[in-house]
Design a protein around this ligand. Structure first.
Ligand code: GDP
Ligand code: MG
Length: 176
């Protein structure tokens, strides 16, 4: 589509998933290209990062909301779901509970988000192979069941981090 030079379309994106799965680390890796070890303070609130991406000569302004302290079901403000064009739902491949909880997250997302929201299921910490608790195939199966996109990522090595955010824009449902 057509739009002014300085007004790339914006795509509100939110990161959700259990506490400790690596949401903030993933965003820092995407934004700054580095991994800062250690937990980020669980500051209650919603962190915000703005980033302009060029995908196939198309500029898109990503507004990414990183949730913290809302890591319980029914606690992310519904307005964030309603406005989101993309949702990155993370679990930790070394944590079965974080994987099991993705079903509850998906239920909540389907209840409150727009029907055409792009949902990515991300199995993070894929670098931690010796502690793996969830096989890649289990993630793929769950993603197929819910009709969402699946990737394994590592905020530590950077594996698939750019891809996770870029894929949002390769999806046809982001309006311009
Ligand atoms: P959040 O609560 O979901 O925002 O999780 P954080 O980003 O604070 O990360 C929780 C912990 O997991 C921290 O100790 C991070 O350093 C670690 N972590 C996050 N992502 C990865 C990853 O991809 N690989 C490894 N090995 N550790 C990670
Ligand atoms: Mg965090």
């Amino acid at each position: 589509g057509c739009y002014g030079n300085n007004t790339p379309p914006s795509a509100p994106t939110i990161l959700v998933g259990d506490s400790g799965v690596g949401k903030t680390s993933l965003l820092v890796q995407f934004d700054q290209g580095k991994f800062i070890p250690g937990s980020f303070s669980a500051t209650v609130g919603i962190g915000f990062t703005n980033k302009v991406l060029t995908v196939d000569e198309l500029k898109v302004r990503l507004q990414i909301w990183d949730t913290a302290g809302q890591e319980r079901f029914r606690s992310v403000t519904h307005a964030y779901y309603r406005d989101a064009q993309a949702l990155l739902l993370l679990y930790d491949i070394t944590s079965k509970s974080s994987f099991d909880n993705t079903r509850a997250w998906l239920t909540e997302i389907h209840e409150y988000a727009q029907d055409d929201v792009v949902i990515m299921l991300l199995g993070n910490k894929s670098d931690m192979t010796s502690a793996r608790a969830i096989r890649r195939e289990e993630g793929e199966k769950l993603a197929r069941e819910y009709g969402v996109i699946f990737l394994e990522t590592s905020a530590k090595t950077g594996l698939n981090v750019d891809e996770a955010f870029m894929t949002i824009f390769l999806h046809p449902q982001i309006p311009d």
